[in-house]
Design a binder for this molecule. Structure first.
Ligand code: DAH
Length: 337
């Protein structure tokens, strides 16, 4: 027994830990609950009484040696940690989380305004076919309205295209759902445009569709007035100008009063006091029939607006390209909004 303790003493003397973890292992193996020192103390009662004194002293010796070994090396590892490049006591740096893109902010705001009056959200594919983008929307082949939008067609299959407006989702939604319908379809659209401060080949639109029995133009006007006030402020007025879209009859373009000059006339509204925000109209009966809805029983309205356009008006951004360049200096200005 005494021999065993002596061997352990030698082992401890020779021990040189290479890391704090190794030192901790050493501490546990000697001083832990099930460690060697406790084992030896447990064996103490077996030792003949004349050897008890020497044996006890040897175990105490061993214990002290282990403790001093730990103390000696623990300090050196702590010094090492202090001197290393990593300061474990330093408070963590705040994560720079970025901010929502202004287009997302405006889209969310539009969605929120319309969901409050019962609209639900629907989406459709960005790669479309001729039927959903044109034909079902009362824009047959050779119709001059096809020239209104320079579309990206797939060369090998001219039936496939990148949708030029989100009105495509109207068609899909009416095919899949029965009236009453109140749906809002935000999404990305593509047009073969030269990129400038006012136009881009990719941009975002929100399409609205409302179909039920006895829906009138007055409902359309009231719905858009509600939207304009929520979006641009309680004092906002709207103005409807007659227009033309193949998928609505009658059609209109909607302007909102310029909140920069209070409709007095400034260079943003080009001295007209009003700014154009969207196109709308009563869904053409042909479109309803194309989508399997009885046009004698149901009527409805539709509208479509450009998200970039609304964002430019709301935030006073003069160049549409800024929304696509993603310069952090531009984007971070919207983080607190
Ligand atoms: N699709 C039209 C465009 O891209 C916008 C539009 C106008 C949508 C009138 C409509 C509408 O639903 O009724 O210019």
């Amino acid at each position: 027994m005494l021999e065993e303790v002596k061997e352990l003493l030698l082992e401890v003397e020779k021990f040189v830990p290479k890391s704090a973890i190794e030192l901790e292992g050493f501490r546990l193996s000697f001083l832990g609950k099930k460690g060697k020192t406790n084992e030896l103390f447990a064996a103490f009662k077996e030792v003949p009484s004349d050897q008890k004194k020497d044996f006890g002293a040897a175990i105490n010796n061993l214990k002290q040696l282990v403790q001093s070994k730990i103390k000696e090396h623990k300090d050196s590892f702590e010094v090492e940690a202090e001197n290393s490049e990593i300061d474990l006591t330093r408070p963590v740096a705040l994560d720079n989380l970025g901010s929502r893109h202004p287009i997302s902010l405006i889209r969310n705001e539009i969605v929120e305004i319309f969901t409050r009056i019962g609209f639900t959200i629907s989406e459709g594919p960005e790669i479309e076919d001729d039927w959903h983008n044109f034909s079902a929307l009362n824009t047959p082949k050779e119709h001059p309205a096809r020239d209104m939008q320079d579309t990206f067609f797939i060369q090998t299959n001219p039936d496939i295209l990148l949708r030029s407006h989100t009105s495509t989702v109207q068609v899909r939604y009416m095919n899949d759902n029965k009236p009453p319908i109140r749906t809002l379809s935000p999404g990305r659209v593509y047009r073969n445009e030269a990129i400038s401060a006012r136009a881009h080949c990719i941009f975002h639109q929100v399409e609205g569709l409302y179909i039920d029995e006895d829906v009138s133009f007055a409902d359309l006007k009231q719905c858009l007035l509600y939207f304009a006030k929520e979006m641009f402020g309680e004092k906002t007025k709207i103005r409807l100008r007659p227009s033309y879209f193949p998928f609505t009859e009658p059609s209109a373009e909607v302007d909102v009063s310029c909140n920069i000059c209070n409709s007095k006339g400034c260079n943003v509204c080009k001295n007209t006091g009003y700014l154009e925000i969207l196109g709308c109209g009563m869904v053409d009966p042909n479109v309803l029939e194309n989508c399997g809805i009885d046009s004698k029983k149901y009527s409805g309205f539709a509208f479509g607006m450009g998200i970039e356009r609304i964002a430019m008006l709301k935030y006073g951004v003069k160049d549409l390209r800024l929304f696509f360049e993603n310069d952090v200096r531009f984007l971070k200005q919207f983080s607190a909004l």
